[in-house]
Design a protein around this ligand. Sequence first.
Ligand code: AGP
Length: 613
Amino acid sequence: MCGIIAYTGARPAGPILLDGLRHLEYRGYDSSGIALALEGPELYVERVTGKIAGLVRRVEGRLPEATAGVGHTRWATHGEPSERNAHPLTDPERRVAIVHNGIVENHEELRASLGDGACFSSDTDTEVLAHLVARELAQGADALEAVRLALGRTSGAFSLVAMPRDEPGRLIAARVGHAGGVVVGHGEGEHLLASDLGALLPHTRRVAFLEPGELADVRPEGVRYVDAGGAELTKAVEEQSVGAVALVKGRHRHFLAKELHEQPDAVLDVLRGRYLSDPPRVELAGIPFDEEGARALRRVVLVGMGTSLLACSVGRHYIERFARLPAEVDNASEFRYRRPVLDPQTLVISVSQSGETADTLAAMEEARAAGCPQITVCNTPGAQATRVADGTVYLRAGPEISVASTKCLTTSIAALHAIALHLGRLTGQLEPELEAQQVRAALHLPAAVGEALELEAQVAGIAERYARYQNFLFLGRGLSYPMAMEGALKLKELSYIHAEGYPAGEMKHGPIALVDESVPTVAIALRDEVFEKMRSNIEQLRARRGPVIAIVSAGDRSLDGHVEECIELPAVDPLLSPVVSVVPMQLLAYHIALERGADVDQPRNLAKTVTVE
Ligand code: AGP
């Protein structure tokens, strides 16, 4: 996750930026840099790969006098980690310095649109932003207008801070889509910008959060907010508590809400440096075998518990689709006692957010005893699972405090998608066109997950209407079946309502006996090859007066009037739909739990990690 820090005021900007970068080190990075706005005017830029200590050594004692500047820690998405790809980036004439966090999805076409005359010094999507803004400035646009016009040509989910050379002391911040937030710190005669609250608190507790589509025109004497159309905005400046817990929760009431809303960034980070765009491909560290080892594999078994087991159920589809290897999913607590048939040609993939779940660890030991190669998908560096497996694919989702897992589910699915694509390329079973198409689709996920979070107001209304029901069904088919199970699990564990997830094809084999007006069903009915089957299931439910909450594909109005509630997802590739379809169900479970006054972050009887059987 990239880090942004910026300052404008009366104090020397350099030391403030370097200190801010140290606050951001926890986010992980492979390069860093700062830019200062000097009288002249001119821009001073220094960037290094590796640790911030290297940047400090580079500039210590030689920082020019400046009272405005921007700083950045980068974790590469587009363009390998290097000094030339480190931020801040400028246009060739150094009219503007840009720091950026997120993905400009249409950067390649924008780069092409700038023409052969455009001289690029990096492989980054960020540099395209610098060129676009500089061109507007060169045509006489005001700095705020230049950024606003440039962003109007972009698509994706990202945040940026632009520092125009010709107006020392002025900073323009902007947020597009949901990934990569920007917090504005309101000081006395000074203002700061940062990608997270912690970097601002040493200077001020008065902050405002930029929402998607908003821009801030920041000067020492004040901040002006506008929307993407340029209309003035009035933003609330909130006094932040500096308590540690409050600091981590930020603006959210619960860790669950914070982690739910971190998903665009978390998905961006699990993709970062693994899904590359030029040419589109997946490159994954942590895979413990080469092409020969992959081609020796005859089968894959995925194991986990709870939500992580449901991620395995999605991953199985990917393994069979991309690597053409038989794949099966097993509940780790069953696997460990079943004396499973295993051999060194069986790849065992475990998924565990904590990496400490007793049953999952026991299943891994069973696999180790049989000589199986193992990969674990884990969110916790150094966890036991990472020491048992031959290779680890980290989720990089940051701490997940709430007992109910949200961001670690969506990132686990993305990680399994990456593993399956990587495996498919090693086994030679993955067509390059499919790999490229899936990489492009995955790079859209942060934006799509962010758009799904915009359903929160609608879902909160549904939660208010359905919070008093005592039983729910969740139905899905194909890739949506594990998501139906996850929706049921979230509702169970957060609100203590009895909820069952089923493959919709099972309805006639028993569950439909439960259905009447007292049992609502959440039906995931996406426009895929089984949509008509789902529509038929929905009609069967309605015929028995069962209320239906349908989750449908973008633009699909065919169920309007046939169901009580219709939640329309943003556009997403069908194979990646689980990462997005789960979001409204996470929100539904959260808001029903709020309606019922449940203890959202620590539900009764549950622990975050089940380290015993
Ligand atoms: C999910 O919301 C639950 N907290 C629980 O099912 C969890 O997924 C399960 O205990 C597995 O935990 P792990 O991912 O740390 O192994």
